[in-house]
Design a binder for this molecule. Structure first.
Ligand code: SF4
Length: 418
């Protein structure tokens, strides 16, 4: 067990991984950001804002960039989304805010909202590095305390809302670093591990506490339920599903989550010359592109259906093709074919990871925890939940929205909300 802060400074730097995983969308230089901000029409009832699950006031933060108020711009973003820095990088903006931009209707290029958001958040980091104060302060101590299980985006967003209302927020996670998928699961060329940790340090400064390398099982959960005023479950999903083949235990077979976490944390630095990725979702694409960037000569994605059924976004598919990934369609397991490869990466969907909550007798559906959407409250009055363990696996920004709603509702239920 470890209680920790200052993750960004302490995390190991891996220059080779950084060089191989150059970011997909390079940051704006100041003049380009201001020029892009001036293209925004500052729409009334802006559709970009409605398309964001956390409802960031997009025209407002963009206008502040245009007028040079970068601290104010970052504050506008953080008011709605405390993980605004990671969402700026990890969000599929093409199908969210930028996809809804009115400029599409005029046949013009949409505003690059994601890159502008990143510009404002990077500026805040620079200001904080130079000694500027946090944009938010914790609320006055209320003597209330909440345990949060899982240190992914849903718990982080929930913890921030609690701290801003003076509630002690203690986050438990089995891994050595906090952040969940933000730290270990989002492709490095979208969201570098270090950037996730840098953002979490802002939460540490807000007083969020982390208890890491600590597995919460049924016994521990019962203890947390007794000792804390409320519990938030943000445990994400479980392991990648298996195909049920004996060969899956072979040392040259791994799963996409372990593979991505491995190279992000520096445990995997090289890869076989030929790699096959089984599956065609966004995680499969991330794994395939990672294999290319790690130096594989030939990377093939193998999918039992056709391109029209793949669950990956069209722009992710296009990106993989541009990186040189090959696709083999209509390859069900029962049809024998040969594909020589040194590594097989399975990415055929994740199971759930909620068995440990069984003694609490929460209402469940297909392994997912059922909650009241507006509050995140489960069928147990003291227990709330959000993120992938509730929605079955959506975007980081959806988890943030869940956590935010639950944090506000928990504080109100504890009599300290506003
Ligand atoms: Fe600006 Fe586009 Fe949003 Fe309108 S819809 S406010 S133009 S980003």
């Amino acid at each position: 067990m470890s209680e920790a802060t200052g993750f960004y400074a302490k995390a190991p730097r891996n220059a080779e991984v950084a060089a191989r995983f150059v970011e997909l969308h390079p940051p704006f230089v100041a003049a380009a950001a201001v020029a892009e901000a001036h293209r925004c029409l500052n729409c009334f009832d802006a559709p970009c804002m409605g398309a964001c699950p956390t409802h960031i006031d997009v025209p407002r933060f963009i206008k502040k960039i245009a007028t040079g108020n970068l601290e104010g711009s970052a504050r506008t973003i953080l008011e709605a989304n405390i993980l605004g820095a990671s969402c700026a990088r990890a969000c599929p903006v093409e199908v969210l805010c930028e996809g809804a931009c009115v400029l599409h209707r005029e046949g013009k290029r949409p505003i690059e909202i994601g890159r502008l958001q990143r510009f404002a958040m990077d500026a805040l980091d620079s200001m904080q590095d130079a000694g500027a104060a946090l944009p938010f302060v914790p609320g006055e101590d209320t003597g209330r305390k909440v345990a949060l299980v899982g240190a992914g985006p849903a718990s982080l967003a929930c913890a921030a809302e609690l701290r801003r209302r003076g509630v002690r927020a203690v986050v438990f996670d089995a891994r050595p670093l906090p952040g969940g998928l933000n730290t270990y699961g989002v492709a490095e060329y979208k969201l570098p591990l270090l950037e996730s940790l840098r953002e979490i340090d802002r939460l540490c400064a807000l007083g969020v506490e982390f208890v890491l390398e600590t597995t919460v099982d049924a016994v521990k959960l019962a203890e947390l339920e007794r000792e804390y005023d409320a519990v938030f479950l943000g445990v994400g999903l479980g392991a990648i599903r298996k195909l049920g083949l004996a060969a899956e235990e072979h040392e040259s077979v791994t799963n996409a989550l372990d593979f991505i976490a491995g190279y992000k944390s520096g445990a995997i630095a090289t890869v076989a010359e030929t790699v096959a990725v089984v599956g065609a979702g966004n995680t499969a694409i991330d794994a395939a592109i990672a294999a290319v960037r790690l130096g594989a000569r030939e990377v093939t994605m193998v999918y039992r259906r056709g391109p029209e059924q793949m669950s990956a976004f069209a722009f992710e598919y296009e990106h993989a093709r541009l990186e040189g990934v090959r696709f083999l369609w209509h390859t069900p397991a029962e049809r024998a074919f040969e594909l020589g490869c040194g590594l097989v990466v399975l990415a055929v969907g994740q199971g759930t990871h909620t068995e440990f909550v069984a003694p609490m007798r929460l209402e469940m559906e297909d392994g997912r925890i059922v909650v009241e959407r507006a509050t995140g409250r489960t069928s147990h009055a003291k227990v709330y939940a959000g993120g992938d363990c509730v929605n079955g696996g959506r975007e980081v920004v959806d988890a943030v929205a869940d956590g935010k709603r639950a944090g506000v509702a928990m504080a109100q239920a504890l009599g300290v909300g506003r």
